[in-house]
Ligand binder design. Structure first.
Ligand code: RUB
Length: 309
């Protein structure tokens, strides 16, 4: 069944990256709705809520996942029959996927305007939104060079350099700890986001905060490319974004760790970059300073005070 398969693949990171996770979850939810063989509308809703719960429990940090699932589940706010509920669910799912795919294209277009001919860029992890901007700038004929980090422990940098190489972009592949060493050669840091809080703080792959700090010290601009559904409405209430801590075996083989009883291996997958280290957030609606994160939550995520009763 697509639901359990998708949930498993998100957990194992076979499907990864906040945007892809959101689209895969919505596809799985739509597939579940399509095949749900029940006659009572309340049972339909309950089963759908169960499926939504399975998907949102897979990875805790990327807020695109609960935002996307919630967008689809709004179809079940009011309905008269199972068929009406099914149809509404499928139509909202299709709408989300269509919007998400276009959002990445619009971000690429807007982001590319902030990349100048001759720029040296640095990116971290593997973000389709950030890479979209880089690829679009290259497509427009701008001469650019990229530094891409390795991204310990899961090595997402390898996916990034393959894409850059395929596009024919001159790329330097560096270990994560070499960022400060090279930062003075860089004109612009461009990364994606898993979540953006109301105060403009950006949650992204572990190491992003360190990179932004080094960039700030070197007076190098930092741009975040993120769809509006990466903004976290509940942070308005002071809720913290949960940072996923993954299996220590991703960092140190279990047999080695077992020989070191006093050592605890920590493996947070994300970190938080404060708004003051970010110059611009590129969304599909336009570019904003991080201080305007609240307006995105209010205007584009349909945030209403009643939702938080
Ligand atoms: C991926 C990661 C990416 C963001 C944005 O982490 O941190 O930078 O998800 O990506 P992981 P996108 O590999 O642990 O999922 O722009 O593709 O949504």
């Amino acid at each position: 069944m697509l639901l359990s398969e998708t949930a498993e693949n998100i957990k194992k990171m076979e499907i990864r990256g906040a945007g892809r996770i959101a689209r895969a979850a919505v596809e799985a939810l739509a597939d579940f709705a399509r095949n749900l063989d029940v006659s009572d509308p309340e049972t339909f809703k309950r089963e759908m809520q169960g499926a939504a719960g399975v998907l949102t429990a897979t990875r805790p940090t990327a807020v695109s996942l609960p935002n996307a699932v919630r967008y689809v589940m709004r179809a079940l706010d009011s309905f008269e029959s199972v068929e009406a509920a099914r149809e509404a669910t499928l139509s909202r799912a299709a709408e989300f996927i269509n919007h998400s795919e276009h959002a990445v294209e619009w971000i690429a277009e807007i982001g590319a305007r902030h990349i100048s001919d001759g720029d040296v860029l640095l990116t971290h992890c593997n973000s389709e939104a950030a890479l979209g901007c880089i690829l679009e700038a290259h497509r427009q004929g701008k001469e650019i060079e990229v530094y891409a980090t390795e991204v310990r422990p899961r090595g997402q940098g390898l996916i990034t350099i393959r894409t850059l190489n395929e596009a024919g972009i001159r790329t330097n592949y560096i270990i994560d700890s070499a960022v400060r060493y090279f930062i003075n050669d860089v004109d612009l840091v461009i990364v994606g986001a898993d979540a953006i809080a109301v105060n403009g703080a950006v949650v992204n792959k572990i190491g992003t905060a360190q990179i932004a700090h080094a960039a700030n010290e070197a007076r190098t601009n930092v741009i975040v490319a993120a769809e509006t559904y990466k903004f976290a409405p509940r942070t308005i209430l002071g809720e913290k974004i949960e940072i996923e801590e993954r299996d220590p075996a991703e960092v140190l083989p279990r047999e080695e760790a077992e020989r070191l009883p006093f050592v605890r291996v920590r493996n947070p997958a994300f970190d938080v970059t404060p708004a003051e280290y970010i110059d611009l957030i590129i969304t599909e609606r336009g570019a904003i300073p991080p201080e305007l994160a609240y307006t995105v939550i209010r205007d584009y995520l349909g945030w209403r005070i009643e939702e938080f009763r």
